[in-house]
Design a protein. Structure first.
Lengths: 99, 99, 99, 99
């Protein structure tokens, strides 16, 4: 089942500078061969459900191994059967209606 | 890896009364043997990562089979290695500090 | 405009025990005269849009005053014009379909 | 109080094509003079708390006026007092650590 998600991973108990942990997750998504786009409040990912959620799980496991004692993650998940739609098409369909 | 999640599953394209679909997901969580608590904006679930996310995936699959063409889900995920904490303990630790 | 929200407020940079900060927010909701219910991953609140979001803003201001340097909050917001529905009615409409 | 949010607004009861409603919200953010960036699962916005949340409220009001009977929105909210950080700086601080 194809899925488009938006994942925001927040490490707790390791101070205020979280970017190195977010960068670690970006590498995990890339290594998993997933199409992902970083934005200011999370990362959009497109792929098969199991591959996407295995990668998110791996982020939690990896950050815990890096010494992060607690993690709070928020994920937006979208699936549809009416038609295939890519992340770019979602954005384009909105932008066309703004101009 | 143990996880506590809060999942809000929103079926799209099937009108405004969503409760029968939410009820279907509650049955899936119960059938999976997961500890879950329904609240006004989602369902809190406690269990092993794979079992919890397999159940959420099954909700998407089941709702699509019921004819829901598009689903938008929001999940809050918490994992920690510093100590074990149940859903009840999370609530109790706050309530004790309110009184 | 009436709204039902589910707010999860996560203080960053103050260690792992977050309950005293969550308790502080519970007091702010109560002092604002808002109907709120604590659950394991957030707090459900029912009320007028401005009162609810003023209270959430006050939580951020108050926690920053308590020394929290960074806050990450997730809010689920529901509004509807087809009919009035309370938090209890939302839960009841699902529970009736589970049995 | 400065805030960076990520808002995903989902109209219910108006079929599956949601882009015209998302486009309406993009216009509201632009008209409010807010710095906003559309992405595949929401819109990142940077500004003063009251201006940002007034604009989100206006989106709900406007969509209801367009005939949307029910709306479900998810918002990620970030505030910090340790330092000023723009949306671009958040992204850059991660990208630097990926290469």
């Amino acid at each position: 089942m194809k899925v488009i998600v938006d994942v925001a991973i927040i490490p707790l108990g390791v101070g205020l500078s979280l970017s190195k942990y977010v960068a670690e997750c970006e590498k995990i998504f890339k290594d998993a061969g997933l199409k992902s786009t970083l934005h200011a409040n999370g990362t959009n990912i497109e792929g098969e459900w199991d591959e996407v959620f295995n990668a998110i799980k791996k982020c939690h496991e990896q950050l815990h191994q890096m010494g992060v004692p607690r993690i709070s993650t928020n994920v937006r998940i979208g699936t549809r059967t009416d038609r295939e739609q890519t992340m770019e098409e979602k954005i384009k369909s909105v932008q066309e209606k703004i101009l």
